[in-house]
Write a protein that binds this ligand. Structure first.
Ligand code: WT7
Length: 635
């Protein structure tokens, strides 16, 4: 029996039970299936969550790009690997075959080597969704350099923090980027960031927008002439299974962003296995994930998972609203997309628009629809099911995290019956559980608790770059011998999981993970601000939006509050990026605090949600009187 392609529910349970009985045999059989290993592993798994230490396929050697590219050259050389759909709908889509991808990745890898990049060096990639982004990711992997992709919507300050945290020596970027009808000056952002990044020796610049930019001599070079001069052969550097493949930053509830470190062998196996099963990918399918490669979804399910399966994966540069709200559906029709994977926030935004934007297009090629990033509400689920899937394409609501590397809880289409708002069942090999606040495991169904994972899986992050203790503390110290996800979940009578949202100070806005602390730090830099607290509140399109409660150093009717709001959001945009801007800002006379001085975000959250009937006992607060004032002035 092949573990690879689950086709009905009975088979799911068989495979799932097998993965519990003997996880090592289970993951060994999958690793033996199609992959190209240069050397076989000695042990499948070695782990200890108390350290924590997790090693998969130890002793094995491989290069992930040989699995994502070279391996397909015998049977799929002329098949499209990457289908690039530009921002401009009238521009011609580019089909990059596996053969061409091989050549372009090798050339890029040779350029990196010529620039002095060596195995283990960190390479910062700050590029828009153009082919060079996927190609440069693979080029790093080709030579064993560790890529650190920074989403090209992050600000100069956020970029600099990420460059410095892992000591990158080179930045790959472009002159500019297109986003709908806007052109963004990416190189300008890089130049600004680099004023505080002494470790950067080189910047390679792809030409995209032909924007007039400045090039710093000795540091900056145009990419294309270097590529043109490079050899199209580049032998893959052989890596150990546990060598780092990439770093990807995610927000934490406190402090600076966490550089999650993913390694090579286990990550490849898990993303390949889940891609094939969750999307039921077949040889001639055209798969499209609308995420940006700057997020984990793009790493695992635009680049590595699809290419490891020899799939055709679409890379879309644009936005869902340009030139109009029909863009996604126009692309589905044009490229006969079979699997479509997007975020609930995009669905909600499109569901608000006229249905003509959908009905104009032929969506009959679609077979499987996916969502990721946040809980999908029932209304959006039904809209997606009826209008896009025409009630015949199952919706896979996929729960996972930057830290998990791959999808953890999701239905297998055509096998697992779906229920709106439920991510349903764990993937084979995944052992979720629920814990209560007292640290007890909730063994029965029909309960809500904190979602933990009891057993390692191949694509889990191994550490936080440069701070293993923070990794231990964040994920492995709350509950003994468990990985704590930070999410709450409900498990129903049949064992289906429904994710209820974060239980820490992380807020998911439009599918983006935002920590409250860095936003508050940015606000507190404003000279007029004394202190601030950020909470999330429900929002029609974004899922959650940010509500800021801010106390000023001096109160006075004369202050121009609207102007102050603008300045505060400007600061946030500079320090983090526009995604972290506050939707509502309320100036308050104080923030509710415990007697030990801790801000009671729970109370502020309830007020922002307009649920003030049950604030709990506020009499024990240091300053109960401020609560009344806050409620009276709430939006
Ligand atoms: C957090 C992780 C994994 C790729 C994108 C986000 C939330 C993610 C779902 C879902 C409910 C979800 C969780 C999780 N989340 N997918 N299907 N249903 N919530 O990655 O930025 O690391 O965020 O996103 O809260 O912890 P991320």
């Amino acid at each position: 029996m092949s573990n690879y392609h689950i086709k009905h529910l009975e088979e799911y349970w068989q495979v799932y039970r097998k993965s519990l009985r003997n996880p090592e045999v289970f993951w060994e059989e999958i690793a033996e299936e199609h992959f190209l290993w240069r050397k076989r592993w000695d042990t499948v798994l070695d782990w200890d969550f108390s350290k924590p230490e997790v090693k998969w396929y130890e002793g094995a050697e491989l290069n992930i790009t040989e699995n994502c590219i070279d391996r397909h050259l015998t049977t799929r050389a002329d098949k499209t690997a990457i289908l690039f759909e530009p921002n401009d709908p009238t521009a011609i889509a580019e089909h990059i075959t596996y053969r061409q991808l091989h050549e372009r990745v090798c050339k890029f890898a040779n350029v990196l080597k010529d620039q002095g990049v060596q195995k283990g060096d960190r390479v910062c990639i700050y590029l828009p969704m153009i082919p060079e982004l996927a190609i440069s990711v693979l080029a790093c992997a080709r030579i064993g350099a560790i890529h650190s992709v920074v989403f090209a919507g992050f600000s100069a300050t956020a970029l600099a923090t990420r460059i410095n945290d892992c000591d990158c020596k080179i930045v790959l970027t472009s002159d500019g980027s297109y986003r709908g009808n806007k052109t963004i000056d990416l190189k300008g952002i890089v130049d600004e960031a680099l004023t505080s990044c002494p470790g950067i020796e080189k910047v390679l610049v792809a030409k995209r927008t032909n924007t007039d930019i400045s090039m710093k001599s000795g540091r900056d070079q145009w990419l294309q002439p270097l590529l043109d001069a490079a050899s199209k052969e580049c032998e893959a550097t052989i890596m150990k299974a546990e060598d780092p493949l990439f770093i990807l930053y995610t927000s934490g509830s406190t402090g600076k962003p966490k550089g999650m470190v993913h390694t090579t062998g286990g990550y490849m196996i898990y993303t390949a296995y889940t891609f094939k099963n969750i999307f039921q990918y077949r040889e001639n399918d055209v798969y499209w994930c609308t995420a940006d490669i700057g997020w984990i979804t793009g790493h695992s399910y635009i680049v590595y998972g699809p290419l490891a399966n020899g799939a055709t994966t679409v890379l879309f540069e644009g936005v869902p609203s340009y030139p109009d709200f029909g863009r996604f559906w126009e692309i589905v029709q044009k490229h006969k997309i079979t699997q479509f994977y997007t975020a609930p926030t995009a669905i909600r935004a499109l569901a608000k628009e006229n249905l003509d934007f959908v009905e104009k297009y032929d969506l009959s090629s679609l077979k499987v629809l996916g969502t990721v990033g946040e809980p999908i509400n029932e209304e959006a689920w039904h809209w997606y099911n009826e209008n896009i899937g025409k009630r015949k394409s199952p919706i896979v609501d996929t729960w996972w995290q930057t830290e998990t590397g791959g999808i953890m809880i999701a239905p297998i289409p055509f096998a697992t019956p779906t229920i709106p708002t439920y991510a349903t069942l764990p993937l084979p090999g995944i052992q979720p559980t629920l814990m209560n606040e007292q640290g007890e495991e909730l063994k029965n169904n029909q309960q809500e608790g904190r979602l933990c994972i009891k057993f390692p899986w191949p694509s889990m992050a191994r550490t936080i770059w440069g701070n293993h203790e923070r990794y231990r503390e964040t994920y492995f110290s709350t509950y003994k011998n468990m990985y704590f996800t930070g999410d709450g979940a409900f498990r129903d009578a049949v064992g289906y999981y429904r994710i209820t949202g974060r239980v820490d100070d992380v807020i998911i806005v439009s599918g983006h993970n935002l920590g409250t602390a860095p936003i508050e730090d940015a606000i507190n830099e404003h000279p007029a601000v004394a202190e601030s607290a950020i909470v999330g509140y429900p929002h029609d399109i974004k899922g959650n939006a940010l509500y800021g409660y801010i106390t000023l150093k001096e109160t006075g009717e004369s202050r121009d509050q609207d102007n102050l709001r603008k300045e505060i959001n400007q600061l946030i945009t500079e320090r983090i990026g526009p995604i972290a801007k506050l939707n509502k800002i309320q100036f308050t006379n104080g923030l509710p605090k415990t007697r030990s001085g801790k801000i009671m975000r729970r109370i502020l959250r309830k007020i922002a949600e307009k649920d003030t009937s049950n604030l709990g006992d506020i009499s024990t607060l240091l300053n109960p009187e401020v609560v009344k004032g806050i409620i009276e002035n709430t939006f």
